[in-house]
Ligand binder design. Sequence first.
Ligand SMILES: Nc1nc2c(ncn2[C@@H]2O[C@H](COP(=O)(O)OP(=O)(O)OP(=O)(O)O)[C@@H](O)[C@H]2O)c(=O)[nH]1
Ligand SMILES: [Mg+2]
Length: 322
Amino acid sequence: MKGRVVSDHKGGTNVLVEGGVEHLAVISGKLRRQIKLGEAEKPVVGDVVELEPQKGDRAIIHAVLPRQTVVRRKAAGGEHETQVILANVDAVFVTMALNEDFNVRRLERYLSMVWDGGATPIVLLTKADLAPDAEEKVVRAKSVCPRERILVTSHASGAGLSALDEALEAGKTYALLGSSGVGKSTLVNRWLGQSAQAVKTIKDDGKGRHTTTHRELFLLPNGALVVDTPGMRELGLSDVEGGVSEAFNDVDNIAKGCRFSDCGHANEPDCAVQAALAAGALSDERYRSYTKLQRELQARAAGQSHESRAARKRRHRNAPRP
Ligand SMILES: Nc1nc2c(ncn2[C@@H]2O[C@H](COP(=O)(O)OP(=O)(O)OP(=O)(O)O)[C@@H](O)[C@H]2O)c(=O)[nH]1
Ligand SMILES: [Mg+2]
């Protein structure tokens, strides 16, 4: 039987199967060993798993099916390691409040991160009622979103909420990502309507500091699925190489005009990026964050090859002797 992972916690993994029945599942011994050896993935929220029902609502997970998309972030403690936090999400609402939370550089990072895993980012700017300069911020957000859709909402006034609701398609899976307190769970509660008690762990204390503590997938009355996530404290640059060029599609397109395909966009002759900067077709700010992310990626790649050398050494050391 196949099921979808809806939450993962100390007590086990909750898996939803056809007909809306939820099982409390544990990972089989064999799969556990494969995960340890790096031969299989550990199930995360959104994963489709092969499930064997047991007595009552119990079940055993035997396999994690291939993922269509992932959301990856920097692993806690590991400078260059990444961790898959969500699987099979079609679109991610990159949620940012228009108050002091608003930061276009962070927005760019989120977009790179989402594109990298294969999901489509949708920019969701919340708390418009709290920002007298909301319009100006939306213009700044647009300047870093050459291809992403932007939605602006206020839960307090109701503005933009129906457009947001219409963005949710039945059968598709969405996730809300963003800092703590931007209003992610407030939206999930709104979408759940009468079933709001399903998110009763959420305290509406007005401060919104890390209220949600685990990732959880909810089936909405309109047939869409949405994952509520805890606010992210920091946004590490994970494996976003592909994502950076997607998120910086505008700069990438300009760079196609450079004479050299490996142009560093600094002092090279006939650099289209430098020409665009000089002509004002590309902003200095945007150029700087593009090169900063590229530099970080290069540093990370260098760190990884270093790491794999260390891993190789370990393997040699542990290899059985003839
Ligand atoms: N003024 C205003 N307040 C809002 C809006 N949306 C949410 N809030 C409030 O912001 C606070 C935090 O909302 P939450 O939904 O808990 O935020 P969250 O993103 O889930 O936070 P974490 O679970 O900590 O990641 C709550 O008090 C909400 O009532 C809005 O559009 N305008
Ligand atoms: Mg929350």
